[in-house]
Design a protein around this ligand. Sequence first.
Ligand SMILES: [Zn+2]
Length: 375
Amino acid sequence: MFKAYRFRIYPNDNQKILIHKTFGCYRFIYNYFLNKCKLNGYKKAFDMIKELPSLEKEYSWLKEVDSCSLRCAIFNLEDAYRNFFSKRGNYPTFKSKWNRQTYRTNCIRSTYKGKEYQSIELNLKNKTIKLPKLKEIAIRGYRNLEEMNGKIINATVIYETTGKYYVSVLVEEVNVKKEKVKPKSIVGIDLGLKNLVITSSGEKYNNPKSLMKYEKRLKRYQRSLSRKIKGSKNYQKMKRKLSILHNKIKNARKYSIINIVNNIVKEYDIIISEKLKVKEMSKNHHLSKSIHDASFHKICSMLQEKCEEKGKYYYQVDTYYPSSKTCSVCGTKTKQTESLGVREWECEVCRTHHDRDINASINILFEGLKYCFDK
Ligand SMILES: [Zn+2]
C-alpha cells in the first residue's frame, strides 16, 4: 500500500536557488527528450537514460543538480507516453516554466562499511527532510506522526504558484492488520446538500463559515482579474492573490472534512453511509455540484481509511435505497420529500414529525444493519 505525505518545506536562500536550478534541469531533460521523441519516434526510458552522460558533458550545468532527478524526468516522460498510449491521457506536452514547478527524485539505498544509507531521510522528531544535494530542509505537517510506518519510495519537490514550497513523500506502508474492535455503537450518516453530514443521532456538520467568506472573495477577485490587462504587473499580482485564495479554500474544505470524519470515527464503532447519489444531486443547478461530489467522495474514502486504521467497521448502502422517502418509524413511503426544499415533514400513517436528513440517516442505519449481519 502506497501513501503520499505532503509537507510544507522552508528552504533557505541557497536551497531555494538549487531547487529552482533543479526544476530547470528537470524541465530541460523532459522537454529535450519529448522533442526528440516527436522528431524521431518514441524511445523507451532505458534507452533515453543511456544518452544522459553525453548530455551532461555538453551541458555541464546539469551536473550541479541531483542526477537522480534527471533520470526521474525521463521516467516521468515515459509515464506520460504510457498514459497516452493506453488512452488515459493526451499526448505529452512541453513543461512550461510559468506553471507550478516540480521535480521528483527516487530514494536510493546503499550500505557502506556495514552502515545503511538512503538518499532521502525524513526526521519527524527534528522536523527535517534530507534530500540529495540539498541536505536538511525544515518541514511542517503531520504534527502527531512520530514515525513513518514504511519505506520511502520517492519525493517530489513542489513550488506552487502561491510561492510556497512543498515536498510530497511517497511511502510504501507495511500493512499491519489492525485487530477489529468489539462494536458498541452504530451510526448512520446522510450526506446532504444543506448540511454536509447528518447523523442518525441528530448531529449536523457543515462547512466552516470561513469558506463562505472566501467564496465571496473569490468571485470578487475573479471579476477584478478579468478587468486587468493580461500579462500586466497588476494582472500577475491578482493572479497570485487568486491562487493563494484557492489554496485557502482547498485547505478549509480539507480540514473541515478531516474534523468531521475524526469526530464520527471517534464516537462510533460501526458507521454506515450511502453511496454517492449522483442522480438526486445533478437536479440541483444552484450549487456547484462538482465541489459537493468531491467533498462526499473524500468523506467516504476518509471514513473507509480511518475505520481500517482504528479497527472499526464502515459500510455503504445501495445508492437506490429510498432513504429520504421512507418513514423510519413505520416504513411508509411518502411523496412529500420529492422536492429538495422540503426540510421537515409528517408521516401520513403514523404521524411522526421528521427532519428530512435525520430521518434519511436513520433509514441508512437500518439498511446498513443488514450488511452487518451478512458479514
Ligand atoms: Zn410513519
